[in-house]
Design a protein around this ligand. Sequence first.
Ligand SMILES: [Ca+2]
Length: 102
Amino acid sequence: MAIVIEEVKYTPDPMVAGKNVKATAKIKSDEAIASVKLYTPDYRTLEAYDDGTHGDDTAGDGIYTIETEVPYDAPAGYYDVTLVVTDKKGDTARKNVQIRIG
Ligand SMILES: [Ca+2]
């Protein structure tokens, strides 16, 4: 198990169209992480950070954070997003997560 993605959370839950959402994923890896990307239902690719900025609370704690605005015209409902983690050796792990927009 090179990369383990655990504890994906977001607030507020459900998300609100036109408002900010903060999502976090706890990631464990034997290798250094190269990138953590989230593919959204509206075909955006968002980068998650563990650098103490971009809404991330603590740098280097293995909790990666994305802060973004939910599209104002997003219809309420359940959606699937995909989180893809790539390490510096090029190995990847992915996790599908169901989100809710209220
Ligand atoms: Ca962090």
